[in-house]
Design a protein around this ligand. Structure first.
Ligand code: GDP
Ligand code: MG
Length: 294
């Protein structure tokens, strides 16, 4: 890692991953010295804890944070990100333990964010296209597309893939505020996080939608052994309703007050009562370098 780059810590949520975890691949990721990894063992009942601690002993760039009982991916990611931020990371992210997103792509996402100080976040996007190798189970692909389309509408932005398990964010007050409370939905937490980042709260301002980008992956492949069942994933569509409601309340409030100051879209989506001119990212936050966490 070059000194001018913000130190990056990537959270890897793990629940009963003993059979899938590839110790060598994770060792190779930290050997690049581009990122450190914080594995969150979420009350696993198999040998996950033992494997993770062995990895931490053999690689200086790997740490383990253990939760006593299973809290679900959303809460494990949130808690892990807060630990990483408290440790002084300037860039944090999360990454699925099954390496469905190849390690080199995780490193590419991180470099993209580190090299573009104007960005607040980079999201991996599974866009199948000529020259890429995106292999998804057809049913999961179609459910995922429906979900992403509805999520995009709920957020009021054009985002292709909200659910890919590889995302990186620059640490700033808005990110810290967005992680302060547990997510309401354990399935739609990626969408909830984006919503919180775009709109901020009393503690910190929202970030400009233009400070988020999706990076189309060169490769992604479904890994068997997923613990995410499709039934709850479909039910998670209902978790998007409160996000859509909040957006429509904000639109109404903006229209009533004649405000045009709200951030709008990764690519602005037209919406009544909203203007498409996103303000610049809060300079204080978006362009800052490492160490601005709490
Ligand atoms: N912390 C935590 N992580 C989980 C849980 N369930 C799944 N994960 C993690 O979430 C990531 C994606 O899970 P996976 O089963 O591959 O689901 P997929 O999204 O269908 O591919 C992996 O790193 C899993 O270990 C859970 O209950 N708690
Ligand atoms: Mg998976």
């Amino acid at each position: 890692m070059t000194p001018e780059q913000e130190s990056a810590v990537i959270v890897v949520p793990c629940f009963n991953e003993a059979r899938r975890i590839d110790e060598r691949a994770f060792g190779a990721i930290v050997a690049t010295e581009q990122v450190r990894l914080l594995f969150v063992d979420d009350g696993s009942t198999d040998d996950t804890a033992e494997i993770l601690h062995r990895m931490a002993r053999s690689s200086a760039g790997i740490e383990v944070f253990s939760l006593a009982s299973n809290t679900g991916k959303a809460e494990a990611v949130r808690r892990g990100l807060l630990v990483a931020i408290r440790g002084g990371a300037g860039v944090v992210g999360y990454y699925d333990a099954d390496l469905a997103t190849p390690p080199e792509e995780l490193l590419r996402l991180t470099r993209e964010l580190q090299s573009r100080p104007e960005l607040s976040g980079v999201l991996a996007s599974r866009v199948a296209r000529l020259g890429s190798s995106i292999e998804r189970n057809a049913l999961r692909h179609y459910v995922g597309r429906a979900y992403a389309t509805i999520a995009s509408t709920a957020l009021g932005i054009t985002v292709y893939d909200t659910q890919c398990g590889a995302k990186v964010f620059r640490v700033n007050d808005t990110l810290v505020a967005a992680l302060a409370e547990p997510f309401r939905s354990s399935w739609a937490f990626d969408v909830e996080l984006l919503d919180r980042l775009l709109h901020g709260d009393g503690r910190a301002p929202g970030l400009a939608v233009t400070s988020f980008v999706e990076l189309p992956l060169a490769a992604w492949h479904d890994v068997t052994g997923s613990k995410m069942r499709l039934g709850p994933a479909v039910a998670a569509l209902f978790d998007l309703v409160p996000i859509a409601r909040r957006r429509s309340r904000r639109s109404r409030a903006d229209a009533e007050s004649g405000s045009n100051s709200r951030a709008v879209a990764l690519t602005p989506r037209r919406s009544p009562g909203r203007r498409s001119s996103a303000p610049p990212p809060s300079e204080k936050h978006a362009g800052s370098t490492g160490g601005n966490g709490p």
